[in-house]
Structure formats: C-alpha cells, structure tokens
Design a protein. Structure first.
Length: 375
C-alpha cells in the first residue's frame, strides 16, 4: 500500500513540527542572535567561536594521527560511543582510494589511535550512522554504492547494493519506522526511502522514491530497478512522477522528522513523518549559504556551509539562524562531517581542502570544538 504525503513550502511556524520543533515557532526563519552569543576573534587555528568555546586541530591530511596517516579530502562523519570514550569516523572524498578512517578518543579527549575502516572505494562523500553502531559510507559517483562499515575496526566493510546504485550523498536512519532515508547529489536528484527486509540487516530490502501526484500531493513509489546497469535507466529517472531536488546533500533524522538539504535549491527541507508533509524550513535568505552537511543536538539543527562564509550555522526551534563557528582564510574549501560526541559536549568537523584550497583535498583539516552546547 502506498503512503500518501504532501509536499509544500510554508512558513516556519508550520514547518517546525513534530517533537523536535516548537509549535510556537517564529513566522519565518531569519537571521538573529545566536543562543551562544556573537563570534569572537579567530584563534590560532583560524576558528572564530563564541565566548566559552575552545577549538583544536585533531588531524591533518598526510600527517600521522594515532599512528595512521590522515586521509585527504575528509568529508561526512559521525561519532560512536566507545566505553568511556568515543570514536569519530570520517569519509575521504577522493577517487579510487576513497574510503573512511576512524579516530578513537579517551574520556579526556586524548587520541588512543586511528585506523582505516574502508579502502579502495570512490569519492566517499557523506553517509550516516545506524542504530546498531555501523557507519554507512556513500559513494558520490555515477552508480555509486553504500558501504556498511564497522567504526570499531573489527569487521570488514560490506557493499549494500539493495540501497541503490546512484550518486549517493547522505543517509539517515529512522528507527521508529525502520527505514533509511537517502539523498542524491544530482541537479535533478531524488529523495529515497530504503526499507530493509529485516531491520538491522541491509543485505536486502525495498527502495522507494518520493513522488508527486499533482499539486502538493506526493507519495512513495517503488524504484523498479535499484541497481541499473551503465546503459539502463538510472534510479532517478525510472519513476516519472518522482520529485526532484537540486543537489541533495546532508540528511538527519530526529523525533519523527527527517531533515535534508539541497545546495542547488539553497534549502533545508523537513519530512514530517507524523503529519506526512515535506516543507522547506530554510529557503536561503538568511546568513546560511551553501547548505550542505547537517546534524542535530537537542532541538537544534547545525548546518555546515560548502563555501559561503565557511560557517556552521544553528537553526533553533524559534526560527533563528545564526553562525556558531567560522573558519577564516579558507574560502576555497568547504565544511564537512559535523558530528557531536555522545555526551554532546564536543563538535567534530573538517575543512575538506583547508587553507590550500587544493581540489585533491591534500590540505584537509579535522577540528574539534568544545563548549556549553545546548543539550
């Protein structure tokens, strides 16, 4: 049976719905005062942060961290609990060797070691964490694949072709409906939903695409061939009613809402699973530019910029968009992989090309910010 939903672009008062967003949201999302206060002067690493926050560099491309050379072009990332410490995983968006690496931290934030968890893949861009503590690393190439990897380094990575062969970007798990949402980085990319045959096992399942029925009405329809050949019709073109989003990027699920970004549209979208609506909660008219990776903490969203002012912006439930971090002197780079430590006290992210701005990502830098984040 098809589930019918609705696609609209409405004021934030309606868009901020579900358990995450306050019903008393502002009439529109607009630039305002950050709940953390204004940014201060850049520190020695070029990070401008609010008062009470501190930052450090934890890894640089080509340099040893925890006994392992850190990979080029660091991209999507996530954190996983590890005893009293935690692990941060990061993709590498370069061809042929791509893959992903992990850094294991002690409870005091010191590095235990680093190691590879995926190698020999292509342009691993974003991805997503699963409730069973694996990392979905996504290839942003023609007929790209999703690889399920082990952040703890004990099991080998596995390709998951049932999740589709397309230009993958990000993934977000919805444990309530036991599905995984997927974005596609094409100018006419789609928004997908993968339903595993068995929750926790991604070897098989059904891939659906969000479709329009005329007006605002949309529904999920099955993709007939999730793994098309090179000369076959690709997934985003197999269902004529499919809705298209210009440059799908980050994806984040929380409390009944899946948020995803589209850099070409300059929008942050919210798919409300309870109300069965998809709404634009941010339309590119505030301080946030180059919308890209997205994560969340408590009731707040954090969106990283691809270019723009090289900022991470917060979007609060009351409709305020404001920068909480800016990198100076890196205008030819992009911010990638924002993720919070399990206790919410530390935020990790990377500058993919760093101060060099080189397309190969040889100047990549991975950072940590510590402070009184709202949690």
């Amino acid at each position: 049976m098809r589930r019918r939903t609705f696609l609209t672009v409405v004021p934030a008062a309606a868009a901020f719905s579900g358990a995450v967003w306050s019903e008393a949201a502002a009439a529109s999302v607009s630039a305002g005062a950050s709940p953390y206060g204004p940014l201060g002067a850049p520190d020695a690493n070029g990070m401008a942060l609010p008062s009470g926050f501190t930052g450090r560099v934890v890894a640089r491309t080509g340099q040893s961290v925890g006994g392992t050379l850190w990979h080029p072009a660091p991209d999507g990332g996530a954190c996983f609990a590890d005893g009293t410490g935690w692990i941060y995983v990061s993709n590498s968006e370069v061809p042929l060797v791509g893959g992903a690496s992990a850094i294991r931290f002690r409870a005091d934030g010191s590095v235990v070691r680093a190691y590879r968890i995926l190698s020999g893949t292509n342009l691993n861009c974003a991805g997503g964490a699963t409730p069973w503590n694996t990392w979905l690393s996504c290839e942003e190439i023609f007929r790209g694949r999703v690889y399920e990897t082990d952040p703890y380094g004990a099991r080998s990575a596995q390709p998951r072709p049932a999740m589709g062969r397309f230009k993958h970007e990000a993934a977000a798990c919805d444990p309530d409906r036991r599905v995984i949402y997927l974005t596609e980085d094409e100018t006419d990319g789609c928004f997908y939903r993968f339903t595993p045959t068995t929750w926790g096992d991604l070897a098989g399942g059904r891939l659906d695409v969000l479709c329009g029925l005329g007006g605002d009405n949309v529904e999920w329809r099955q993709v007939p061939n999730p793994t098309p050949g090179v000369l076959e019709r690709q997934t985003r073109h197999q269902v004529s009613a499919a809705r298209h989003f210009n440059g799908g990027e980050g994806c984040h699920y929380a409390a009944g809402v899946c948020y995803f970004t589209a850099k070409g549209d300059r929008k942050v979208w919210a798919y409300d699973t309870a109300r069965q609506t998809v709404t634009a909660i941010y339309d590119g008219t505030g301080t946030l530019n180059g919308v890209d990776n997205i994560t969340g903490l408590r009731s707040d969203l954090y969106v990283a910029e691809d270019g723009g002012n090289m900022e991470i912006n917060i979007i609060t439930p009351d409709g305020v968009v404001a920068p909480i971090m800016r990198l100076d002197g890196q205008s030819r780079s992009e911010i990638t992989g924002p993720a919070f430590s399990p206790d919410g006290s530390r935020l990790y992210f990377s500058s993919q090309r760093g101060t060099s701005g080189e397309s190969a990502g040889t100047g990549g830098i991975t950072y940590e910010v510590t402070g009184p984040f709202r949690r």
